[in-house]
Design a binder for this molecule. Structure first.
Ligand SMILES: CC(C)=CCC/C(C)=C(\C)COP(=O)(O)OP(=O)(O)O
Ligand SMILES: [Mg+2]
Length: 382
């Protein structure tokens, strides 16, 4: 069986040759005293689980291009589920009793184990699980289902962002800021999840995450501004907003969760940035498709790709939904072609493993949406 951190031989052949910066990085550091800087794996990844033959719950969207994943290791799922609940209740006082069923129904343990099969330990999986729960707490409590609103969102998001990217100021105000991080559940969750994360991540991995979260918060703000004014953007503009209001901060921690590091210079390469953006966009349109009926049933008009296509291109709901599937499939094909080209152009173990990590996150994310029948159901279009 192919190991999940190896490039997929079935994805398309290379389409480009390495750029000058990639070639420079491949040659490695060359100055005095740089011998110790050569890229190595920190830890061998574990043996991935064998694929299961048991049928999975939930139906995949007909015609949606995706890759089934092995059933996530049930022992790990149970342990992450146990620990994340203890963290939510005992460490950050995340939710009141009446939200417990929704917290359990989110199935974050199954989600994270499916998306990170190469995590060396449950501690590594917990880094991703805490951040995922914290990110959803901010989305629910500040933006959406649990008391969220576009009004005042900018201020709330900025202050919450300081739980990730700390304030540096004078003693008096530093103290007031530090206390503010305990004043609501989203900030408590961000603060604690980030504190754990920075203990395992390198400074540049932590900074990569901060940048991705700033992108996410900018996306939330555009979505909120449009909701407030009742604006339905053109399809390309909706896709631009959704590139920011996006799962991107989750796959881009794949190396920290895997116990190795993709160096900042390689992460910053335009080819790598394109792969990450395409993969993140595919994962997020998967959400638009699986959450379509949930969002139709929610109060007000909730924008997602089928809704925007129907409105802006003047077509029926079913045709718009089918067109959104095509958009997703094109994104997936481009993601895989660009990832294959980069893997061929840059044969460093950390690059190969990172690309594979993003790809398995994309697949695990689809698996979670498909199988989360507590949260999502398909429209009656077939
Ligand atoms: C986990 C994370 C970084 C999420 C950020 C953005 C986000 C909440 C999504 C991409 C999910 O979209 P949506 O808000 O539509 O979620 P549901 O459809 O309500 O599950
Ligand atoms: Mg959605």
């Amino acid at each position: 069986m192919k190991e999940p951190w190896m490039p997929d031989p079935e994805i398309s052949p290379p389409q480009s040759s390495p750029s000058a910066p990639v070639e420079r990085i491949l040659r490695g550091p060359s100055g005095l005293g740089t011998t110790s800087l050569y890229l190595t794996r920190r830890e061998e990844p574990p043996t991935p689980p064998e694929p299961s033959t048991a049928p999975v719950e939930g139906n995949a969207i007909p015609g949606l291009y995706h890759h089934p994943v092995p059933e996530p290791d049930p022992v790990r799922v149970e342990e992450v589920s146990r620990r994340i609940k203890a963290w939510a209740l005992d460490e950050v006082d995340l939710y009141p009793q009446e939200w417990e069923e929704q917290f359990d129904g989110f199935s974050v343990g199954r989600y994270m184990v499916a998306c990170h099969p190469d995590a060396p330990t449950v501690d590594h999986l917990m880094l991703a699980a805490r951040l995922m729960v914290a990110e959803n707490a901010v989305d629910d409590c500040y933006c959406e289902d649990h008391g969220g609103s576009p009004i005042g969102l900018g201020g709330r998001l900025l202050l919450a962002h300081t739980a990730i990217d700390p304030l540096h100021t004078t003693k008096e105000y530093q103290q007031q800021w530090a206390e503010s991080l305990h004043s609501d559940a989203p900030r408590r969750a961000y603060r604690s999840a980030m504190e754990y994360f920075v203990q395992s991540a390198s400074p540049s991995q932590a900074d990569r995450f901060r940048h991705d979260m700033a992108r996410l918060h900018m996306g939330y703000l555009a979505e909120a501004a449009w909701a407030q004014s009742g604006h339905v953007p053109e399809v390309w503009a909706y896709l631009a907003m959704r590139q920011f209001n996006n799962f991107r901060p989750c796959p881009t921690i794949t190396d920290t969760v895997g116990g190795y590091e993709l160096p900042a210079d390689l992460h910053a390469q335009p080819a790598m940035q394109r792969v990450i953006a395409l993969g993140g966009n595919a994962t997020t349109i998967v959400n638009d498709l699986y959450s379509y009926t949930k969002e139709l049933a929610s109060p007000g008009r909730h924008l997602n790709l089928p809704v925007v296509i129907a409105e802006r291109e003047g077509i029926g709901e079913r045709d718009a939904y089918l067109k959104a599937i095509e958009v997703h499939n094109d994104l997936m094909h481009d993601f895989e072609a660009e990832a294959a080209a980069l893997a061929a152009a840059c044969p460093l173990p950390n690059v190969q493993r990172f690309l594979r990590g993003v790809a398995v996150w994309v697949d695990g994310n689809h698996y979670w949406h498909q199988t989360n029948t507590y949260r999502y159901s398909l429209p009656d279009f077939w």
